[in-house]
Design a protein around this ligand. Structure first.
Ligand code: ADP
Ligand code: MG
Length: 692
């Protein structure tokens, strides 16, 4: 392997870490920051002061990089070099270099606020501005400012690594700490706007086909060199790969391909939930004469570097989580990337020689629809979980926390409101016992609430599998071929009818249980068009959640209750305790109206077991929302109004005005008493209505 740009900087870099509590390290993607710096620190003996922890916003990156580094150092993965991501801990007591997701690091801080086990913490990919990394940045700053309150924090080394952007801002945030720049070389990349999609494609539906055509065009007309394609997510990538397989097979290499040294196309998908053995192939050079084509999500933009890429095909879109004010919750949306993101993607073609980037969009699209920079996640998604984490860490004033970019106050307020609705905080903004239990689960809060309710009622064995199934990728296979699709649907319907009541939650439970009890789970899955890999990880997630729950139940103040009624009622009432924020009632025809104050019109998604049964339904709860031309709810369960009757007022009981006082300062007993009196509360609400 040619020497990486970082190599010449080794001594200087180690020295810079030695001399500074905070250091910002920047350099072109692929220069060796993620894989090399931790090794240098290891060799320089930094591990004697504690573990070297490296955070990544993406789980695949954490896993892949740990594999690579353990291999480079000649260690077995999970020993000296390991990784930890949600539901997958591959470390041991010997682990000294630990790659982990930023979410895992946050959990570790909860258990050990001083990070006493660490000598160095590296926050990698800070330019991605993931929610958890942003919170970690603030915590590191706050901890340090507090000085001796956590005894170790003063000697802890904090390194923030970023591809290119915002290094000045990061340095300023940490009291003008030094910025270490790794000089890199890159080769020029010619950029072409191909204008295959335009403003009318802004909803991002037709781009997959255009991307496929573009790839084939590049393959047949360009000289040797691998192709990297940027698409949006697993399903789009699988669709594109399918189309590519078919079309590439039809190419007659004697006539169609201009560069005669190329006589085949090796198509490789790359996305988050892919099995790691498949991922490994991506980094290997293709066989002689074959062109490699990696079809990836944004993960290949900065987190992972694939060598040999000379051509980039950019769809111009990315899938990201964002708060949708129409729905009142976070939804995954396909949106145009930013201009800086597009530059980053293009740059991947120029790592080892001159390259070319083909953008399927045109100039107009670039000018009009692509922002200069991406809005950081902290300013566009729900803050509920991180605010609870901060509260549990004793950060009471979550509005004046040192954010690199502060979220809008209304987002903080709505997070507080939701925490209050779930009983995780009280009216004074203090964490409740329940809140301390909830924070221990790596799950969305509503689902955690359901799980804890089920545990209190003694039926957790019904909910643990569901929580697990909701935490893994979709288990139901939907084949592209129409006939196969019918077959799969029939099988899935059989499982649903076996499950008794039509509802998507029991359906998941049924898949889980049937698979678990079958003699050969993998062949059961094959026969029933179920993803075995996904169910297998659900098994592992279930046992991990069950361990956390057991630990909590053993704590002395875990209270239990009796329940009178059928199992189905018990089950659905438990769901209501965490999903009352997602309640809808049938309105006209097949449409439903949400009850969270937004009053949006939603429809049941065709993938639901309840699709087509709308006329028989009245009240429903749902797990999530998919926004396309319509708003669809997915994973649905029918409920009775009386089960949510007492919970629904909670959605409107506390308003932002009230909680803003709570958030800002300690409030007096008197004020709390005032709020707790319904009359005063109504008056206040009345005043607000008058004034608006
Ligand atoms: P940076 O963090 O600066 O973007 P990395 O440390 O991730 O850079 O990568 C340095 C180099 O190591 C890359 O140029 C790439 O060629 C190589 N590399 C990284 N991960 C792998 C892997 N899993 N397999 C093969 N090569 C890899
Ligand atoms: Mg990196």
């Amino acid at each position: 392997m040619p020497r990486l740009p970082i190599y010449q900087q080794k001594e200087r870099l180690v020295e810079a870490v030695r001399c500074n509590a905070f250091l910002v390290v920047t350099g072109e993607t692929g220069s060796g920051k993620t894989t090399q710096l931790p090794q240098y620190l290891f060799q320089a003996g930094f591990w004697k002061g504690g573990k070297i922890g490296v955070t990544q916003p993406r789980r695949v990156a954490a896993i892949t990089v740990a594999q690579r580094v353990s291999h480079e150092m000649g260690f077995t993965l999970g020993r000296e070099v390991g990784y930890q991501v949600r539901f997958d801990d591959c470390t041991s007591k010997d682990t000294v270099i630990k790659y982990m997701t930023d979410g895992c690091m946050l959990r570790e801080i909860l258990a050990d606020p001083g990070l006493t086990q660490y000598g160095v913490v590296i926050l990698d990919e800070a330019h991605e501005r993931s929610l958890n990394t942003d919170v970690l940045l603030g915590l590191m700053k706050k901890n340090h400012c507090r000085g001796g309150s956590h005894s170790r924090s003063s000697s802890l080394k904090v390194i923030v690594m970023s591809a290119t952007l915002e290094t000045e801002k990061l340095s300023a945030f940490f009291g003008r700490c030094p910025v270490f720049t790794i000089p890199g070389r890159t080769f020029p990349v010619s950029e072409q706007f191909c204008n295959l999609i335009g403003p009318k494609d802004i909803d991002g539906s037709g781009y997959v086909k255009e991307v496929v055509n573009m790839v084939l065009d590049v393959h047949t007309s360009e000289t040797a060199g691998d192709i990297l394609v940027f698409l949006t997510g697993q399903s789009e990538i699988e669709r594109a790969c399918d189309m590519l397989f078919k079309k590439a097979e039809a190419i007659d290499y004697r006539y169609d391909v201009r560069d005669r040294t190329v006589d085949g196309l090796l198509i490789l998908p790359l996305y988050g939930s892919m099995p790691t053995d498949q991922q490994r192939q991506i980094f290997q050079p293709p066989p002689a004469g074959v062109r490699k084509c990696v079809v990836a999500t944004n993960i290949a933009a900065t987190s992972l570097t694939i060598s040999g890429i000379r051509y980039v095909v950019d769809s111009g879109f990315v899938k990201q989580l964002a708060h949708n004010s129409r729905v009142g919750m976070d939804v995954l949306e396909i949106v145009p990337i930013s201009k800086s993101e597009a530059e980053q993607r293009a740059g991947r073609a120029g790592r080892t020689s001159e390259g070319k980037c083909f953008r399927i969009y045109g100039r107009e699209f670039w000018e009009k629809y692509m922002p200069d920079y991406m809005v950081p996640e902290i300013q566009r998604t729900s803050l509920t979980s991180v605010i609870l984490t901060l509260k549990c860490l004793g950060v009471h004033d979550v509005i004046r926390f040192p954010y690199l970019d502060a979220p809008e106050e209304r987002f903080i307020l709505s997070a507080l409101k939701q925490l209050y609705q779930f009983d995780a905080i009280d009216r004074r903004g203090h964490v409740t016992e329940l809140g301390r239990q909830m924070v221990q689960f790596p799950l969305p809060l509503g689902l955690t609430r359901v799980l804890l309710r089920a545990a209190a009622l003694g039926c957790e064995e019904l909910m643990l599998p569901i929580a697990a199934m909701l935490s893994v990728e979709n288990v139901f296979i939907r084949p592209g071929h129409p006939e196969k699709q019918k077959e799969a649907e029939t099988k899935h319907r059989e499982i649903a009818s076996d499950a008794g009541k039509n509802n998507d939650f029991t359906m998941m439970l049924s898949v889980f249980e049937k698979c678990k009890s079958s003699e050969s789970p993998s062949s059961w899955c094959r026969e029933n068009w179920i993803h075995w890999r996904a169910v297998k990880s659900a098994f592992s997630v279930e046992s991990q959640l069950s361990e956390i729950l057991l630990r909590i139940k053993q704590q002395r103040d875990f209270s239990t209750e009796e329940f009178e009624g059928s199992q189905s009622e018990l089950f659905r009432q438990c769901l209501c305790s965490g999903y009352f924020t997602n309640v809808a009632r049938r309105s006209i025809g097949k449409s439903f109206c949400t009850m969270d104050g937004h009053g949006s019109t939603v429809h049941i998604h065709p993938s639901s077991a309840l699709f087509g049964e709308e006329s028989q339904l009245d009240w429903i709860i749902f797990h999530d929302v998919l926004v396309t031309s319509r708003m669809y709810v997915r994973t649905v369960c029918p409920i009775r109004y009386e089960w949510v009757k007492d919970l629904l007022p909670k959605l409107h009981e506390v308003d932002a005005y009230e909680l803003s006082n709570v958030a800002r300062e300690e409030v007096t007993e008197e004020e709390v008493a005032k709020w707790e009196s319904k009359e005063a509360f109504k008056r206040q609400m009345g005043d607000q209505c008058d004034s608006s």
